[in-house]
Design a protein around this ligand. Structure first.
Ligand SMILES: Nc1ncnc2c1ncn2[C@@H]1O[C@H](COP(=O)(O)OP(=O)(O)O)[C@@H](O)[C@H]1O
Ligand SMILES: [Mg+2]
Length: 368
């Protein structure tokens, strides 16, 4: 594919915002001056018409992002990405928005990425001040959590005792509901704490299918009639932060559960999909892991209420919630955890039909 119209091209080339447009075949249509500057590419070269795999070979995460964008239904808006130059180890944080490019027949031709370099902003003193505040907020949240958790634990124990000694179905359901509300409060506390804490990821050997089945057990409560179907592929031992991935997937599963108050079906599949990132491994984990040239794909699909199109791209925004008593932190935490694992989250949904989350993670194996 080729872009025409020298007037438009000129505007795109010289505009202040960094812009890269890549088509389905991986050919670069536009890579403007600002983009070249941020990525430290040679400013004399003309990049349109060149293969992105060659020009951007030192930025595997960017290549991966573009490739995956053609499979995504909800493209990231105002997201952040840390890109690392695979040769020099140079790090940059970029803020970006992806937009689809269509032809007259609504065929998806290309993906446009508008971005800016946030590294400079990050280094500013203001960032430090925000960091200080986050630390204070973290301490406050921890204190509050402690004060709430103890009484909560005793409510939980007592409701459990009531449930045990009870034969009356209606009373059993009531105590069940107390337990489920307690779990909800507990989740809000955990999510708030995790949100302010910023835990680093700690890769360990684990089995993704087991993490999923455990997470389902933890998040589906007994008195709802939800059928769970698994379609697992044998993926073997992978390197992930089991605790954090459990949380990330648990937040999705819990939302599915809450979206099906009258019951429904939850289908979870795991599998491998091709990756564009080759055997690239970020330096901080390269001592412990090697990369299989594939991605792990986890699909979690429910037959619940669905999400209105207007809010679909807001669900990852912190504090966005449509529930009374919701924290609005679940999906933003999920996105953060997955992104810390160098992966991506996508979502599609239809009101009244259901919602499908797709989590893509790089396939890391233990290095022997
Ligand atoms: N599976 C789902 N079905 C329907 N709506 C969903 C689903 N997952 C997320 N949402 C929507 O995204 C919003 C944000 O989710 P989340 O960040 O987990 O916060 P919370 O669950 O506390 O509201 C929810 O309030 C809901 O509107
Ligand atoms: Mg939630």
């Amino acid at each position: 594919m080729k872009l025409t119209g020298s007037f438009t091209l000129n505007i795109l080339k010289h505009m202040k915002s960094a812009l890269i447009i890549i088509d389905r075949e991986g050919d670069i249509l536009v890579l403007n001056d600002s983009a070249g500057k941020i990525l430290r590419l040679d400013s004399e070269t003309e990049y349109s018409g060149k293969k992105s795999r060659e020009v951007l070979s030192t930025y595997p995460r960017l290549l991966e992002l573009f490739r995956i964008s053609f499979e995504m239904h909800t493209l990231p808006d105002r997201a952040e990405l840390e890109i690392i130059n695979a040769h020099t180890g140079d790090r940059k944080t970029i803020g970006y928005t992806l937009s689809p490019v269509f032809d007259d027949e609504s065929n998806r031709l290309a993906t446009a990425m508008f971005f800016k370099d946030l590294t400079a902003v990050e280094q500013e003193e203001t960032k430090e001040r925000i960091q200080d505040r986050l630390v204070a907020l973290g301490m406050m949240a921890a204190w509050l959590a402690h004060e709430i958790r103890n009484p909560l634990a005793s409510i939980k124990v007592n409701a459990g005792l009531l449930h045990k000694g009870e034969k009356d179905g209606q009373k059993m359901q009531l105590s069940d509901e107390i337990l489920s509300e307690v779990k909800k409060l507990d989740r809000i506390i955990t999510q708030t704490l995790d949100f302010v804490k910023q835990k680093p990821i700690n890769l360990q050997e684990c089995n993704i299918n087991e993490i999923i089945t455990d997470s389902v057990k933890k998040n589906l409560h007994s008195y709802h009639s939800i059928d769970v179907w698994y379609a697992f592929s044998e993926i073997g031992t992978v390197m992930l932060d089991a605790h954090q991935i459990d949380q990330a997937l648990g937040n999705i599963i819990n939302n599915s559960y809450e979206a099906m108050p009258d019951g429904g079906t939850l289908t979870i599949s795991t599998g491998l999909t091709p990756s564009n990132a080759g055997d690239y491994v970020p330096e901080e984990v390269s001592k412990h892991v090697v990369r299989d040239e594939m991605n792990i794909q986890i699909v979690i699909e429910d037959t619940g209420a669905g999400i209105a199109e207007e809010v679909l791209d807001k669900i990852f925004t912190p504090f966005f919630t449509t529930k009374s008593g919701g924290s609005g932190l679940g999906m933003s935490l999920t996105q953060k955890i997955v992104s810390d694992h160098w992966g991506f989250v996508d979502v599609t949904s239809k009101l009244g039909v259901g919602t499908k989350f797709i989590v893509v993670l790089p396939l890391y194996r233990v290095k022997n």
